[in-house]
Design a protein around this ligand. Structure first.
Ligand SMILES: [Ca+2]
Ligand SMILES: [Ca+2]
Length: 379
């Protein structure tokens, strides 16, 4: 147990303007091509167990095209909160997974390779506290963070009282702290709660917890290929689900970090922490929300970084490993630190690890009966 819980870290005057712009661009490109090592600086790799290319060809208008979206509304039943367990239909196809222009080479973002994915269903939203509470109330499930008695939280979100009790930290990412009593009901330590954040994504769920929840919901975790296919929304070689412009029409379409990380989060996108799972526009034609940003999301696959360009049919990743793949980046990611709120980006954690910026959503090959409009089944 001790070993498993090891804390594992951006015309002369005219010519001058052009020259400056070029230098700035090269500087930015140099920063982007930095090593994978700065992932710890947003906590992307941190776990309990171990310590641009923005092009002008904006295609965000396609994100308004919801004609391909088939939306499934569950029965509401006697729940205290509006249900957010709806699924959308993702028609199968072949796409370019990964990229030949990796930002973080050591993450295994490349090469771009042709991958076929069968049609499937995907949760429209990240799993919320309200949905997870239904699961716990029905099953009595205890999460791994609750069993361990602690989980990782970024220092900025802790009260002074909680910070006083911290006795250890990870050298590579000192702003990530193992907090006693942090779990899904107490996301920022024992003096915090979820009463006012029932529509926010559930936090501090390990991969193992996520699997149990999805099983209860008659679903499963998406494979990495399914997640990336759903994220890309039918667009080829784009950074974001809607295209390459980080702020389409000058608007924020995802919950990330604005300001100098980790000192200052200006919250210009409306949220310094997590956002409700229903917030922000649908990010692509599949109707998915927060598929990038807000919280990282677990996938089924074991982590590996070496990929071939060989065609793959519904890949499920390696047969075994030590870490699981997570996708989408989080509210703690900035471009200079953890530029991983891109569909082709990826990171990893051990399956028993949990933190305050990691959640999940479920997928399914078949639509659960209780989500079908012609049934009275409820969940
Ligand atoms: Ca934000
Ligand atoms: Ca997300």
């Amino acid at each position: 147990m001790t070993d498993r819980r090891r804390t594992a870290v951006f015309l002369s005057l005219f010519c001058l303007v052009i020259l400056y712009s070029t230098l700035a661009s090269e500087s930015e490109s140099h920063q982007d091509s930095g090593s994978s090592d700065n992932k710890e600086e947003c906590g992307c790799k941190q776990s309990r167990n171990k310590e641009d290319k923005e092009k002008n060809d904006v295609t965000e208008s396609e994100a308004d095209d919801s004609s391909h979206t088939r939306f499934y509304q569950p029965k509401t039943g006697d729940t205290l909160y509006p249900r957010t367990n709806q699924m959308v239909y993702i028609p199968g196809g072949t796409f370019t997974m990964g990229t030949d222009e990796p930002v973080f080479v050591l993450d295994g973002e490349g090469p771009g390779r042709q991958v076929k994915v069968d049609s499937f269903y995907m949760d429209k939203y990240e799993v919320s506290n309200a949905e997870f509470e239904l699961f716990v109330n029905q099953t009595g499930y205890k999460t791994e963070a609750e069993s361990f008695g602690n989980s990782f939280v970024m220092e900025n979100y802790l009260s002074e009282e909680v910070k006083k009790e911290i006795t250890q930290m990870a050298a590579a990412a000192p702003w990530w702290l193992p907090v006693e009593g942090a779990d899904w009901r107490h996301p920022f330590g024992k003096d915090s709660g979820i009463k006012d954040r029932m529509d926010h994504p559930v936090l501090h769920c390990s991969w193992n917890d996520a699997v149990k929840y999805c099983e209860w919901a008659g679903k499963r975790l998406p494979t990495e290929a399914e997640f990336e296919y759903a994220c890309r929304g039918g667009l080829e070689n784009r950074l974001f689900p809607w295209g390459n412009n980080m702020m389409p029409r000058g608007e924020h379409w995802m919950n990330i970090w604005q300001g100098a990380f980790p000192e200052k989060n200006t919250g210009e996108d409306g949220y310094e922490g997590t956002a409700p799972v229903t917030s922000f526009p649908e990010q692509n034609k599949f109707g998915l929300k927060n598929i990038i940003g807000n919280v990282w999301e677990w996938t089924q696959d074991w982590w590996e970084v070496k990929h071939t360009k060989d065609f793959k049919d519904n890949p499920k990743g390696p047969a075994s490993g030590t870490d699981k793949v997570k996708k989408g980046g989080s509210y703690q990611c900035t471009k200079l630190y953890c530029y991983r709120y891109r569909c082709g980006a990826r990171s990893q954690n051990t399956p028993d690890s949990s933190s305050s910026n990691l959640g999940f959503r479920c997928a399914s090959s078949e639509l659960p009966k209780y989500l079908q409009t012609d049934t009275k089944d409820e969940l």
